[in-house]
Design a protein around this ligand. Structure first.
Ligand code: NAP
Length: 285
C-alpha cells in the first residue's frame, strides 16, 4: 500500500555538497523525490545534481549556493525556493561545522558563525517552511544533532552546546506538532567518516582516529527514522550504548571522557611509550 511518504515530493537539504548531506540527496533521489541542494560548493552540487537527475529521472533538481553563516541566508534560500514554484515537503537541516580547541584560545568570530550555522539557520529555515507544511498538513523535518548533544564537549564546547540546543528544539517542536502530519526528527550520529573533523581542525584527535561510522549508514538511519516520524535516532549500536550512559553518569565524568576523545592522539616514542600522558582531568576518572 502506498503511503504519504511514497509520493513524489521535494526535499531541501542543507550541506548537500559533502558527507551526510550528499548521502541524503542520494536516498531521496533513489525514492524519486525532487531535490533542492543548498551549500557553498556550487560545482560539487551541480555534478551531484546532474548525476542524480540522469540516474533517477527526477523532475526537478535545483542547486542553491548559500553561505548559511550569513544571517540573511535562510530568507534568501526561502525566497529562491518560492520563486522556483517548488513546495518543500522534507526539510533536512544538515549543514554544520565545529571548531576544535580550548575556548580561551579559539576565535570568537568563527564560533559566532558556527552558532549561526548550527542553530539560528535551522531554526529560521524551520520557521519559514513550517507554515507552508501546516497549510498542506504534511511535512518531515530532520535536524542534525549529534551524540555530543548528550554530554558537555570540552575542546569542542561551542559545537556540543549547539547540538544540545538542536536536540532540545527538535523534541519540543515534535511535541507541538503531534496532532498534525508534520514530524520532527533529531538525528544523532557519533564520530563519522566525513570532512567534519578535518574542517574543525580536529583531524588528529582520538575521536577522529577511532572507529568511525560511514556516512551512508548514518544517512540511511536518519532517513528511515524521519520517514517513520520518529523523534530521535542515535545512529549505531556503540553510540546508542554511549549516549545511554548519559542517563546515569554525572556530567563531569562524561565531560572527562569527551575531553579524552577530543585530545590529540599521542604519537608513540621510539620504545613504543606514549609521548604525551592523558589529560590530568581524564586521569582523575
Ligand atoms: N561527521 C561527524 O562526525 C558528525 C557527527 C555528528 C553530527 N555531525 C553533523 O552532521 C552534519 C553534517 O556534517 P558532515 O559530517 O557531513 O560534515 P562535512 O563533510 O564537513 O559536510 C558539511 C556540509 O555542510 C556544508 N556547510 C558547511 N559550512 C557551510 C556554510 N557556511 N554554508 C552552507 N553550507 C555549509 C558543507 O558544504 P560547503 O562547504 O560546500 O558549504 C557540507 O556540505 C553537521 O551538522 C555536523 O555537525 C557530524
Amino acid at each position: 500500500m502506498k503511503t504519504e511518504t511514497d509520493k513524489r515530493r521535494t526535499a531541501l537539504i542543507t550541506g548537500a555538497s559533502n558527507g551526510f548531506g550528499m548521502e541524503f540527496a542520494k536516498l531521496f533521489a533513489k525514492d524519486g523525490h525532487n531535490l533542492i541542494l543548498v551549500a557553498r560548493s556550487t560545482e560539487r552540487m551541480r555534478k551531484l545534481a546532474h548525476y542524480l537527475q540522469d540516474e533517477h529521472q527526477l523532475e526537478h533538481v535545483c542547486v542553491i549556493t548559500a553561505d548559511l553563516t550569513r544571517p540573511e541566508a535562510p530568507r534568501e534560500v526561502y525566497e529562491q525556493v518560492k520563486d522556483s514554484g517548488l513546495e518543500v515537503d522534507f526539510l533536512i537541516n544538515n549543514a554544520g561545522a565545529g571548531v576544535h580547541g580550548f575556548f580561551s584560545e579559539t576565535d570568537l568570530g568563527r564560533e559566532k558563525a558556527i552558532m549561526q550555522l548550527n542553530m539560528i539557520t535551522p531554526v529560521e529555515l524551520t520557521k519559514l517552511f513550517l507554515p507552508d507544511m501546516k497549510r498542506r498538513n504534511f511535512g518531515r523535518i530532520l535536524n542534525l544533532a549529534s551524540t555530543a548533544a548528550f554530554m558537555p564537549s570540552p575542546l569542542l564546547a561551542i559545537y556540543g552546546a549547539t547540538k544540545a540546543f538542536i536536540l532540545s528544539f527538535s523534541e519540543a517542536l515534535s511535541n507541538e506538532l503531534k496532532d498534525t502530519d508534520i514530524t520532527v526528527t533529531a538525528l544523532c550520529p557519533g564520530p563519522s567518516n566525513t570532512m567534519f573533523f578535518r574542517r574543525a581542525g580536529a583531524a588528529h584527535t582520538r575521536a577522529a582516529n577511532g572507529s568511525l561510522s560511514e556516512p551512508e549508514e548514518v544517512a540511511k538511519d536518519g532517513y528511515e527514522a524521519m520517514m517513520h516520524g520518529e523523534t530521535r535516532i542515535v545512529s549505531g549500536l556503540k553510540n546508542k550504548l554511549q549516549t545511554s550512559t548519559s542517563n546515569f553518569l554525572p556530567d563531569m565524568a562524561l565531560a572527562a571522557t569527551m575531553r579524552y576523545m577530543m585530545e590529540e592522539e599521542p604519537e608513540e616514542g621510539p620504545t613504543g611509550e606514549a609521548k604525551h600522558e592523558p589529560s590530568e582531568e581524564h586521569q582523575k576518572q
